[in-house]
Structures are given as structure tokens and as C-alpha cells.
Design a protein around this ligand. Structure first.
Ligand SMILES: Cc1cc2nc3c(=O)[nH]c(=O)nc-3n(C[C@H](O)[C@H](O)[C@H](O)COP(=O)(O)OP(=O)(O)OC[C@H]3O[C@@H](n4cnc5c(N)ncnc54)[C@H](O)[C@@H]3O)c2cc1C
Length: 397
């Protein structure tokens, strides 16, 4: 009889693990806390050769995966192109990745509205309890439940994500909303602006329903902004005065906080990026955290994706790393589960650490404190060459 696995978390990391385990002959159930199907998280995802390879290996459809960009372009404050690096790359969207993988799991095995509350691993199997009262018992438990993972909280209670000292503001503008001039100046490139102390990255992605037709796509806006721990508490406080721990749901970000970032944009950013923000739906922010679990497995329980490690978004490795975790996981548990998971952890901890450290390096460059009198025109970043060459690149093992 097929061995059984439960994957906690039905986002991209969980789906990747579910697909690789199913392909290896496991009987897999996915349990997702959200009550409604996950969709519309619609931000951009850069792809790497390792991700394309992983998608091929699991048998996912990679036709029309995203938008092909050819060049990386650094803009200065005046919106002039000051540096160009040819770097062909496909940029896709969260929705596209999620839909592709979701179709590979039968509806009967994907359970919404199920929040894991705890597990007990007795060496022979793992018993699971959910807030709904649902119970299950499986041969293997995979915690793919994100960086605030309930599985990790039980397995490694002392491991806590650490705030990196800055947030990322994100927004999406419809291509059709952009003026012809701005569209011509920025839409087709992976654009960047990098004065000391802040950084912008932007690139085109598919429109809704993976629409890749010119005129129907969107431009993804990513702006890293330093925020002290004290100011973060204010940003995380909603209009009712409730301060949210760690991050705040986008609709609850206060209007004055959105006005503040829009005002800062007008003062700091080149016109091309101001235009993108101006034409975007309401921007939202996510605090940036560092997190690397010292082990990705204990007994019959594994961690995968963001639950195991979060590399800051500068490397764009979250989805690729989750895919690599999933491939390694299914391969290692072909025999004895506990021994296989230890081997999985031994392989994936150092590999994740490489992405984690590269992302921290890029984050340090972003956070350089401007000296008094430093120009803010984005022309004088001493690390410009390195940042443009290493951002969203996976050239580590
Ligand atoms: C600004 C930004 C830009 C990014 N850009 C990129 C990029 O370019 N490329 C890239 O590869 N990655 C990128 N990422 C990261 C990427 O989105 C994630 O790393 C990736 O989606 C893997 O996430 P995950 O599935 O492991 O976790 P998540 O997406 O966080 O999913 C965890 C899931 O578990 C569910 N869950 C949580 N607790 C429970 C519970 N107790 N019971 C049941 N379910 C539960 C949640 O509801 C959620 O659906 C970016 C991230 C940010 C913030």
C-alpha cells in the first residue's frame, strides 16, 4: 500500500512538495488554513534555470510561463538609463506558479479551512490535529506552512525570524494604464534605482489570468525602504489601533501610511517609478525577515520552503528554493523516512544558507546609510555593478 504524507500549507512550497511526493508514489493530502482558494496574491516571481528545471522534472506545464525580459537597466533620479546589463530572464507571477501546481493535485486531496494545531511523532507515524477537529495519521509530515510555521514552532520553538530593518513596498500597475512614453521607457526591462539607503526593482509580469498579450500585462513594483523597529510598530498598527505582530494584511494598512509612502516616492524616485506607483492599485508592504532553521527535519517531520528558510527577496529564490526542497525531499524519503529526512536536511540546510547569505549581502548594500551631502541621484552607488549582476540571480550551488 502507498505510504501516506500530509503537507501543511497549500501555497507554492506545499504544492511543490505534494507534487514531488505524489510523483514518487506517496498518497498525499494537503491541508491549507485559508478557507477560500488561494489566488490573487499576484506579485512577481523571477525564475532561475534551477526553477525551470524543477518544473520540467515534476511534469509541470512551462509553456507561456511569463514575460521574457532581456536587459537589466539602472535609472538615475532623472529617469536616465545609466547602466545596462544584458540578462535574459523569464519573470512570472505568483498566480501563474500556484495555478500550474494546483492543477497537479486532485481536489479531493487538497483541503481548505484546515489549520494544523499540533502533531505527535511516535516513531511509527505522525498523528495530526486540526482546529476544525479533523485528525489524521500519516507516515510523513511536511511543514510547508510559511515563515511563521506552526510545524516549526513545535519542532524548533526557539527559532524565530529576525526583522532585517527594512520593509518592501509592492504594487502592480496595469500596462494599459501607463502613458505611452513611460511604457516605452520602462516596461520591457528589469528596472532598478539604487541610491544609498533604498532600492527599487521592477519588471513586467503577466496580466490577470496569465494574460501575456502586450497591453494586458502588469508592471511589478518592489521598493525596499529602511524602517526602524519602533516605526515598524506604527506601520503595523491598523485604523482601529490594533498593532499586528510581524506583518499586517494589506487591506488593513492605514491610509496615512499609504499617503506617507506615496509622498516619499514623489521626493525620492525617478519619474518612471513614480508613474508606476501612481497607476498602481493600492500599494502594500511586507517587513523583511531573516530566518534559517538549523535543521529541516526531526524524526518523521520535515520543514520545506519558507518554513525552513527565508532568504530576503533580493535573490528571488523563495519559489526556486521551495522547488529544490521538494525534489530533494521526495528523493531522500524513498527508503526509511527518518534516515531519509536527516539526509534531506543535511543537503538542504547548506544549500539554503548560500541563498540566505547572498540575500543578506545584497540587503547590506541596500541599507548603506547615506553620508551627509551624498548625492541621492542614484548615480554613485559604489556597488552598482555587483548589485545589478547579483540581484535575482542564483549562481550558487
Ligand atoms: C517582496 C517579495 C518578493 C518575492 N519575490 C520572489 C521572487 O521573485 N521569486 C521567488 O521565488 N520568491 C519570491 N518571494 C518569496 C516567495 O513568495 C515564497 O518564498 C514562496 O512562495 C514559498 O512560500 P511557501 O509556500 O513556503 O510559504 P507561504 O507562501 O507563506 O505559504 C504558507 C501557507 O501555509 C498556510 N498555513 C500557515 N499556517 C498553517 C497552519 N497552521 N495550518 C495550515 N496551513 C497553514 C498559509 O495560509 C499559507 O498558504 C518573494 C517574497 C516577497 C515578500
Amino acid at each position: 500500500m502507498a505510504r501516506t504524507a500530509a503537507v501543511i500549507g497549500g501555497s507554492i512550497g506545499g504544492l511543490f512538495s505534494a507534487v514531488t511526493l505524489r510523483n514518487a508514489g506517496w498518497n498525499v493530502k494537503v491541508y491549507e488554513r485559508a478557507r477560500a482558494p488561494l489566488s490573487g496574491r499576484g506579485a512577481g516571481i523571477v525564475t532561475h534555470p534551477q526553477l525551470l528545471d524543477a518544473l520540467d522534472r515534476v511534469g509541470a506545464n512551462t509553456a507561456d510561463l511569463g514575460v521574457q525580459v532581456h536587459d537589466r537597466v539602472v535609472f538615475d533620479r532623472e529617469g536616465e538609463r545609466i547602466h545596462t546589463l544584458p540578462y535574459p530572464q523569464v519573470v512570472t507571477s505568483w498566480d501563474r506558479m500556484h495555478q500550474t501546481l494546483r492543477r497537479m493535485i486532485p481536489d479531493a486531496d487538497y483541503h481548505l479551512g484546515e489549520t494544523l494545531t499540533g502533531y505527535a511523532d511516535d516513531g511509527e507515524g505522525v498523528s495530526l490535529t486540526f482546529a476544525s477537529g479533523t485528525r489524521d495519521r500519516v507516515d510523513l509530515l511536511v511543514g510547508a506552512d510559511g515563515f511563521r510555521s506552526a510545524v516549526r514552532a513545535q519542532m524548533l520553538p526557539k527559532v524565530q525570524p529576525a526583522y532585517a530593518g527594512y520593509v518592501v513596498w509592492r504594487a502592480l500597475a496595469q500596462e494599459a494604464e501607463l502613458s505611452a512614453d513611460m511604457r516605452a521607457r520602462i516596461f520591457d526591462v528589469f528596472g532598478m534605482f539604487m541610491p544609498a539607503g533604498t532600492q527599487i526593482v521592477g519588471y513586467p509580469i503577466a496580466g490577470e489570468n496569465n494574460d501575456l498579450r502586450p497591453g494586458h500585462r502588469r508592471y511589478n513594483f518592489v521598493w525596499y525602504v529602511p524602517v526602524s523597529t519602533q516605526d515598524l510598530a506604527d506601520l503595523l498598527t491598523d485604523a482601529d489601533g490594533k498593532t499586528h505582530a510581524i506583518s499586517i494584511p494589506p487591506p488593513l494598512v492605514r491610509d496615512d501610511v499609504v499617503s506617507w509612502i506615496e509622498g516619499a516616492a514623489a521626493r525620492i524616485l525617478p519619474d518612471v517609478f513614480c508613474h508606476i506607483l501612481d497607476k498602481s492599485e493600492r500599494p502594500f508592504f511586507t517587513p523583511i525577515y531573516d530566518h534559517l532553521s538549523p535543521t529541516f527535519a526531526r524524526g518523521r517531520v520535515a520543514l520545506a520552503g519558507d518554513a525552513a528558510c527565508v532568504a530576503r527577496p533580493h535573490v528571488g529564490m523563495g519559489v526556486t528554493k521551495a522547488a529544490q526542497d521538494a525534489l530533494a525531499l521526495a528523493e531522500h524519503v524513498a527508503g526509511d523516512v527518518a534516515a531519509g529526512l536527516q539526509a534531506y536536511s543535511d543537503e538542504r540546510v547548506p544549500a539554503s544558507q548560500a541563498a540566505y547569505e547572498r540575500a543578506q549581502l545584497l540587503g547590506r548594500y541596500m541599507k548603506q546609510v547615506p553620508e551627509a551631502g551624498d548625492p541621492t541621484d542614484g548615480r554613485n552607488n559604489a556597488h552598482m555593478e555587483e548589485i545589478i549582476r547579483l540581484t535575482a540571480v542564483a549562481d550558487f550551488p
